[in-house]
Design a protein around this ligand. Structure first.
Ligand code: JB2
Length: 225
């Protein structure tokens, strides 16, 4: 008997965005053998026909309908970003509009408690940690080496950038960005769409839409939107 005959086929996905973040995602998906990658779509026509690692950039988002009709069932938001998570939210909604399902990406080296809740389309990148009692919404990036401690609540579309740490019981509001290497003290609330600068140490609550930076973190100006 052919041992491959009974193997269930992997879902086929398309990645939206073909820059630096997409390179990490292609690697994660390959390593975790989660999905077949049909291709990448990118808004920049000048890179169509190039590759993201070994995956072809097929064209722009106008190809989504055809891909869905051709049997692609899942999408991955390939955009990262360092501040405004609005474009990531928009691409997430675009994928849903085409009745594709958000693929959850988890690198094999990510440590995720079985008592944590992780919503659809989350991306848990190499070396990230999500501890017991943490609750993650949808379309969240826990980037390489980032830590979400026990009992944190992370709302939709948040990006916790490389090496950032949320100590226990932190709440990160929808669309917030926690910059690379930042630390947020226990029990702090970060408002919706707030931005925490790289390397900041946050020891007070951060209001919605505010940008904070420094050690200890202080408000700088108004955030996006
Ligand atoms: O609406 C869109 C769209 N908007 C921008 N649809 C699609 N399909 N693609 C879109 N893009 C494309 O995303 C751009 O044309 C570009 O090719 C790509 C973004 O690539 P970039 O390398 O500029 O950013 P990134 O988001 O992949 O990476 C940032 O965020 C990561 C988390 C970088 O700053 C990295 O350093 C960081 N690690």
């Amino acid at each position: 008997m052919n041992p491959d005959a009974e193997k269930p086929s992997l879902p086929r996905c398309v990645i939206l965005g073909g820059g630096g973040h997409a390179r990490v995602l292609v690697d994660c998906i390959r390593e975790s053998r989660l999905s077949e990658i049909e291709g990448v779509l990118d808004a920049d026509p000048s890179i169509h026909g190039r590759k993201v690692l070994d995956v072809l950039i097929l064209g722009g988002d106008e190809m989504l309908g055809g891909l869905a009709a051709g049997g692609v069932t899942h999408f991955v938001v390939g955009l990262g970003g360092v501040r405004d998570n609005g474009p990531r939210r928009r691409l997430f909604e675009l994928g849903l509009l085409f009745r594709l399902a958000p693929l959850s990406v988890r690198h094999p080296s990510a440590v995720v408690s079985r008592w944590a809740g992780v919503g659809p389309g989350c991306q848990l990148l190499p070396g990230s940690i999500v501890n017991a009692g943490a609750v993650l919404g949808k379309n969240i990036i826990v980037n390489s080496g980032a830590v979400v401690e026990h009992d944190c609540v992370v709302e939709d579309h948040v990006h916790i950038a490389t090496g950032a740490r949320l100590a226990s019981g932190v709440r990160a509001g929808a669309g917030a960005h926690i910059g690379a290497g930042a630390t947020v003290r226990q029990g702090i609330a970060i408002g919706e769409r707030a931005v925490v600068g790289a390397g900041a140490a946050v020891i007070r609550d951060v209001a919605a839409g505010t940008v904070v930076a420094g050690v200890p973190a202080r408000p700088l100006d108004k955030g996006p939107g």
